[in-house]
Design a protein around this ligand. Sequence first.
Ligand code: ZN
Length: 144
Amino acid sequence: MKVEHIGIAVEELESSNRLFEKLLGFPPYKEESVDSEGVITSFFKLGDSKLELLQATHADSPIAKFLNKRKEGIHHVAFEVEDISSEIIRLEKEGFKLITPTPKRGADNKLVVFLHPGTTNGVLVELCQEIKETTENDKENRNQ
Ligand code: ZN
C-alpha cells in the first residue's frame, strides 16, 4: 500500500486550482468530473502521490454534505491496493465497514471503495486500484 492521493473538499474548483498552483508552483495535470459521485475533481502530481481537489456538482453530492457540516479541508486519504476485491474481504473480516458494498469507477482510471469513518478513527479512507484492461481469462478467474 502507498498513499495514492489525499482528497481535499473545496467550495470552488477554479479558485482552489489557482491557490494550489501558487502553493506548489505548477498547475493541475487534469480535471475530471465523476457523475456517480456528483463531483468535479482536479489532480496535482506530488512525486508518487497526488492531491485531489473535489468540488460538488449538486446539493446531494457527498462533497456538498461534507462542506455543509465541516467546511473546506481534508476529505479523505486514498491508499492504493493491488487487488481491491481481496482487500475488501480482508478488511470486512477485520471489522471495517464499507460505505458502498462494491467498488465503483472513480476518477483517474481507478476502481474505488470508501471505508466508513466510524470504523477508521474518523478518517474517510478510500481504497483504489488501477483499472487494467481485463482479458476473458481474467474474468473467468474472478468468477471462480
Ligand atoms: Zn479520492
